[in-house]
Write a protein that binds this ligand. Structure first.
Ligand SMILES: Cc1cc2nc3c(=O)[nH]c(=O)nc-3n(C[C@H](O)[C@H](O)[C@H](O)COP(=O)(O)OP(=O)(O)OC[C@H]3O[C@@H](n4cnc5c(N)ncnc54)[C@H](O)[C@@H]3O)c2cc1C
Length: 562
């Protein structure tokens, strides 16, 4: 029975499939077979069931074999897998290593392809990782990630073993630790100051409960000061991913120039060897993982050498302002309309496009509105036709906003190494609270330590020293469907003003080129607040300067509809 709420009324809807006459074969099992199957299948009668109490690698092997087996998966389990299971029904968790490895090898050798490692997964927690490493962990996209929030957690508390929460490495030297201690000390002092200011600035309303008000004041103070925290700040990340995604993750970490990444790559591998050993067995084979890692390292070195040869590695001369530029567009609103109609039509896409071509402007507008549908909330998203349009944005924002936007997975995010050249902003409210001078001093300590590390021949490690308020340049390359999701979600007033400003600016840029598409994004929150307004004004000023410099109507690839 499923309880569903319809138009405010609770109504009980019986699941019709359970009571319906059987329209599919129901397999018969003996009592002995049922005893073997019951611990591992959530039912033995229906055509939909879940696999439980089986190691991930066994489930992977079972599904891999399934693709070439004419019977059902329960029968397959009985015929080919049950004999390997320990007696008593309870699964092979402790012995998974040897048993599952044998099963996996047998199936993999016989039927192997990479997809076997897609059908089993594991939860892994990576704790005390720097804000640089969190981005590398999440770079793969084909997984689920949860990360500790700098908006809800104060970083003024010491680590369990003492000292502030930042990444430490002997190679970085004692000067690094001293600089980080100073920044965190400023953060701690400023937190008290800014919180007191916020409590006065937004006093508790009549009848407003004390607890929620206090939490909102704290959140405001944390939001305003998060820009102080250095990229070395430690966080926790929870990951749920398939074996295949983990293999890629480990290879990527092992090939990284960052010692922290290589160390965590090794630790993730060690833990996965305990729970899904076969899925990651290729990593340590010199002829597989070894060569793969060498390929990734060589590829990076060659890219860097070409960047240097082309003179593109010179830093400095940055524009000390946030910006959001739409640097390339693929497709027109007509392409989107045709793609939206395509699946319901029976004609080739060229014919669909020709038919759209004769519609006048208002008919096209009406059609687009109808195809987007009545979107009661932002989760009601139009179909795949919206994926026919693609936008490439180049963004300069503070590292804090980048960190949050980078986590969207249905897009391609590419980012440059964090440096101080693009400047950093101090929130006006922090100045109003009287902590502006201290904030600036922390930024200076951070920049000086960055420069010291670069001077000491450690350019890869130097970004650890930089505060999240420093800006970074990155691209977000995404289709119109994902743009709708990202812009509507990230413009929401519960979000941080620096990424809200980026989302609103992205919407403005899309509206300038595809007004109809922008109008379908009906849940964009355009409300403002002082900090957001200031960032938007900086972004718009930058835009005007770019246009003046370009003296052109549109950058290459843009196709204004007029
Ligand atoms: C105000 C705010 C605060 C937040 N705070 C935190 C926080 O403290 N900690 C934290 O960890 N996260 C936080 N998040 C969410 C986090 O940043 C999300 O990872 C981010 O929003 C990107 O994920 P997404 O699913 O929204 O979108 P995308 O990754 O862009 O994906 C787009 C859509 O694709 C689908 N999709 C993508 N990946 C999968 C998948 N693996 N499985 C199934 N469907 C998928 C979903 O439909 C998804 O909506 C916060 C978000 C907001 C707006």
């Amino acid at each position: 029975m499923v309880t569903r709420r319809i138009c405010g009324q609770a109504s009980t809807v019986s699941n019709p499939h359970y009571d319906a006459p059987v329209r599919y074969p129901v397999e018969q099992f003996t009592a002995e077979e049922r005893a073997i199957l019951t611990p591992h299948f959530t039912n033995l009668e229906r055509p939909v069931f879940a696999l439980v109490n089986l190691p991930e690698t066994v489930k992977g092997a079972l599904f891999a074999r399934y693709s070439r087996y004419s019977g059902t998966v329960r029968r397959l389990y009985l015929e080919e897998f049950a004999a390997d299971a320990p007696a008593g029904g309870r699964p092979f968790d402790e012995e998974e290593g040897a048993r599952a490895a044998q099963l996996y090898e047998r199936v993999f050798v016989g039927y192997g392809d990479d997809s076997i490692a897609q059908v089993g997964g594991a939860h892994v927690a990576c704790e005390w990782v720097s804000n640089i490493l969190t981005k590398l962990l999440q770079r793969g996209r084909l997984a689920a990630y949860l990360e500790q929030s700098t908006r809800y957690i104060p970083y003024d508390q010491p680590l369990p073993g003492g000292g502030y929460r930042f990444y430490r490495d002997e190679e970085l030297g004692s000067e690094f630790a001293a600089a980080m201690d100073e920044i965190f000390a400023i953060y701690s002092r400023s937190l008290t100051e800014v919180e007191a200011w916020a409590a006065e600035r937004w006093p508790r309303g009549d009848g407003e409960p004390e607890g929620p008000w206090q939490r909102s004041i704290r959140a405001k103070a944390l939001d305003l000061l998060r820009g102080l925290l250095p990229a070395a700040t430690l966080s926790h990340v929870g990951i749920y991913a398939s074996g295949q995604a983990y293999e890629q993750l480990i290879l990527r970490l092992m090939a990284s120039p960052l010692p922290e990444a290589r160390e965590y790559g090794g630790m993730i591998l060690d833990e996965l060897k305990q729970v899904v050993p076969s899925f990651v067995s290729r990593v340590e084979r010199p002829d597989r993982g070894g060569e793969w890692i060498s390929y990734l390292e060589r590829r990076r070195e060659q890219t860097e050498s070409w960047v240097s040869r082309l003179g593109l590695d010179r830093r400095g001369g940055g524009e000390d302002a946030p910006s959001v530029e739409l640097i390339h567009v693929d497709g027109s609103e007509e392409d989107l309309l045709a793609a939206c109609l395509f699946e319901a039509a029976s004609a080739p896409e060229t014919e669909v496009l020709a038919r759209i071509d004769v519609l006048d402007r208002s008919e096209r507008g009406e059609l687009l509105t109808a195809l987007a549908g009545d979107r009661a909330n932002r989760r009601h998203r139009p179909g795949r036709g919206f994926e026919a349009l693609r936008y490439r944005f180049e963004i300069v924002s503070d590292y804090g906003a980048f960190r949050d936007l980078q986590r969207h997975r249905m897009l391609t995010c590419q980012w440059q190494r964090l440096g101080p050249d693009l400047g950093a902003g101090v929130p006006d409210e922090v100045r109003e609270a009287g902590a502006g001078g201290e904030f600036e001093r922390a930024l200076e300590v951070s920049r000086e330590e960055y420069e010291r590390l670069v001077g000491a021949g450690l350019p890869e490690l130097a970004p650890y020293a930089l505060s999240l308020a420093y800006r970074i340049r990155y691209t977000l390359d995404l289709n119109a469907r994902e743009a709708m999701h990202l812009i509507e979600l990230r413009s929401g007033r519960e979000g941080h003003p620096s990424y809200r400003a980026v989302a609103q600016a992205m919407h403005e840029r899309i509206a300038a080129i595809h007004p109809g598409v922008a109008a379908t994004m009906s849940h964009v929150d355009t409300s403002a607040e002082p900090r957001l307004e200031r960032i938007m004004s900086e972004i718009r000023t930058h835009r005007r300067q770019v246009r003046a410099a370009e003296q052109t109507e549109a950058p290459p690839g843009l196709n204004p509809l007029g």
